[in-house]
Design a protein around this ligand. Structure first.
Ligand code: GN1
Ligand code: MG
Length: 363
């Protein structure tokens, strides 16, 4: 029984808490995440790491712990209480290990829950977009002196466009006829944008854009806000890796500026919200702008377009593969997600001139 299991695993970690109850935190597509409510605060977040996706669990946890440690050092002027709200605090097992492996071969890690915080799956207010920009900009700023070579590349080629295209091509070969027909328009969309979507990849591959420490999953639900909607803490550091800044800039935009949810089927509702874009850019550049090179700045908008596209491409590939990667709730879920992202790419492209103007305004 899950309750018994969670209680058992929870007690393998080194803490003072007494298990009371649990809630599933269901927003992720990969790991299983539970809020552990204790008799007395603090609560904890216990996470079963998807071992199929994250092959190197110890490398993953090491990355997360080291990034947290770096952030704690950078924010050492804050009180201990404040620091615990701003940076993830991981809990070791009773044996002093960073994760616990259970008898089923599953891996677990645990951190303190940050009380009095909110997350948003969708943004409905400009202030949150601005605060999100500041928060992710700050994260990148504070990690800018962390040597990216000291991080394990936890999912190799995670945001590599050529790699994602090759996975897509491979999926086309094995996809059942029915799915190929259903996905026809999306497949054409992907083919048509192929060249443009490789521009950033080439700049990365040639070293024209340098590698930094990046988060790689900066969707807005990975930002915690306090009860007054002020940005608090960046969470879900599973994919911190060497990368280019553009995809972190862009993944937040992908989720903040979509007027509908990521899997909304009614594509008429999916539009790019330029007002939230402006608010986000303002916050992001306020915190990070000075440390960006001209070439990094120039390609930020293309970064946003590329990451929206790449998410669509990955959802489409998973649909063609028969849904082996992302959790789905119904048969065509991945195709709906892909179509949604491609509609957002279109809406984004329609506003390209305005997008460029906004970028210039805040530089
Ligand atoms: C996955 O599991 P979650 O929700 O944190 C995925 C991200 C996607 C996201 C789409 C390791 O993240 O790349 O952007 O779904 N993470 C991995 O919502 O593939
Ligand atoms: Mg994630």
């Amino acid at each position: 029984m899950l309750l018994e299991k969670l209680k058992y695993i929870f007690n393998k970690f080194n803490h003072q808490g007494t298990f009371d109850s649990y809630k599933e935190l269901a927003s992720g597509y990969i790991n299983d995440t539970y809020l552990i409510e204790t008799k007395k605060k603090p609560y904890f977040v216990l996470q079963r790491i998807n071992h199929d996706v994250f092959k190197d669990v110890s490398g993953l946890i090491e990355n997360k712990v080291n990034v947290s440690r770096h952030l704690q050092e950078k924010l050492a002027n804050l009180s201990e209480e404040e620091l615990k709200k701003r940076v993830l605090t991981f809990v070791e097992t009773n044996k002093g290990e960073p994760y616990y492996k259970d008898n089923d071969g599953d891996y677990w890690n645990m951190m303190h829950y940050i009380h009095d915080s909110i997350t948003y799956d969708m943004v409905t207010n400009k202030e949150v977009a601005y605060e999100g920009g500041k928060l992710f900009g700050e994260f990148l700023n504070l990690t800018s002196d962390f040597n990216p070579n000291n991080l394990t590349e936890i999912i190799p080629k995670f945001h590599d466009m050529s790699f994602r295209f090759s996975q897509f091509k491979a999926a086309m070969k094995v996809a059942p006829e029915k799915r190929l027909i259903q996905a026809k328009e999306s497949i054409e969309f992907v083919e048509n944008l192929k060249e443009e979507m490789h521009i950033l990849q080439n700049l990365k591959d040639t070293g024209a854009i340098k590698l930094r420490v990046t988060h790689n999953d900066t969707k807005i639900s990975n930002a915690l806000f306090d009860l007054n909607n002020k940005g608090l803490c960046v969470i879900d550091t599973d994919t911190v890796m060497p990368g280019i800044i553009h995809y972190d800039f862009g993944d937040a935009i992908r989720t903040i500026c979509n007027t509908a949810s990521e899997d909304e089927k009614d594509l008429a509702l999916v539009k790019f919200n330029i007002e939230y874009y402006e608010a986000y850019v303002k916050g992001f550049l306020e915190r990070l702008g000075d440390s960006l090179t001209p070439i990094e700045l120039e390609y930020l908008p293309l970064g946003a377009k590329s990451i929206i596209f790449i998410m669509g491409l990955r959802f489409l590939t998973d649909f063609l593969n028969g849904d082996t990667y992302y959790k789905i709730e119904y048969t065509d879920h991945n195709l709906d997600r892909a179509k949604n992202q491609f509609k957002l790419v279109e809406s984004f492209s329609d506003k390209w001139d305005e997008i460029q103007e906004i970028m210039k305004k805040y530089q």
